[in-house]
Design a protein around this ligand. Structure first.
Ligand SMILES: [Zn+2]
Ligand SMILES: [Zn+2]
Length: 237
């Protein structure tokens, strides 16, 4: 399978997305600009470096929301450094962190962060645990979280369990971007990706036998092609 080349960039009117990278087991990092608002999706390892190159300190401090699809390290590895950088650089405006209900990784990072820095934190962190799949607004965009199928192996290497995991559809200025996060083929993603202006679809499975963790290239393409434009991401290198 061919590895994707990064970054991937898409822009329509004042809606912009840059995928710095999305490499299975290594890191994901996505920046969204909607007018003057800035959002980060799946801040994996390296996100601070990438944001610093892309938008610089002042703009990093203006980021209003982090959207987390699930707690695997390749999607959240950069959260601690981002939160700490915002503290050191004296962010004043609140930061909301959206994450699926049951994502203990985000809650644990937040708890540890508060424990260390509560007395010296210049900005407010608002945890937004997503408990249902209703559409809501945050800052100037509409957000539709949707459930996806993403399992992981337990210690025995055989038993699997569903990870708390979401995809997100973001709408701004009549345009929408659908990002499935890590997911196996699932109807909710099929529904949300269809006719979206941009679909970002993972093809993380490394052979052509479907499983309940990632999608095969064929599955991912079939969903991507139902959107107006699409990117395949999370392709094994
Ligand atoms: Zn992943
Ligand atoms: Zn994952």
């Amino acid at each position: 399978m061919l590895a994707q080349r990064y970054p991937l960039i898409w822009k329509k009117k004042k809606f912009y997305i840059k995928i710095f990278c999305s490499i299975p087991n290594i890191a994901t990092g996505i920046l969204i600009k909607a007018g003057k608002s800035l959002f980060v999706v799946d801040p994996g390892d390296g996100i601070l470096r990438d944001l610093n190159n892309e938008i610089g300190t002042d703009q990093i401090l203006n980021i209003s929301d982090l959207f987390i699809t699930h707690g695997h390290h390749d999607h959240i590895g950069g959260v601690w450094s981002l939160l700490t950088y915002m503290r050191v650089m004296n962010k004043k405006t609140p930061l909301s962190i959206h994450y699926p209900k049951g994502c203990v990784e985000i809650e644990s990072i937040h708890n540890a962060f508060k424990k260390v820095y509560a007395k010296t934190l210049p900005y407010e962190i608002i945890l937004k645990e997503i408990k249902n799949h209703k559409k809501y607004n945050s800052s100037n965009i509409a957000v539709r979280p949707f459930p996806v199928i993403h399992k992981e192996y337990l210690h025995d290497g055989k038993t699997t369990r569903q990870v708390p995991a979401l995809g997100y559809k973001f709408t701004f200025d009549g345009l929408n971007i659908c990002y499935g996060g890590d997911t196996a083929y699932c109807e909710d993603l099929v529904k949300q990706a269809k006719d979206s202006d941009l679909a970002i679809i993972e093809a993380g499975h490394d052979d052509e036998t479907p499983d309940e963790m990632h999608m095969t290239l064929k599955e991912a393409k079939s969903i991507g092609e139902s959107a107006k434009e699409y990117f395949l991401v999370h392709v094994p290198e």
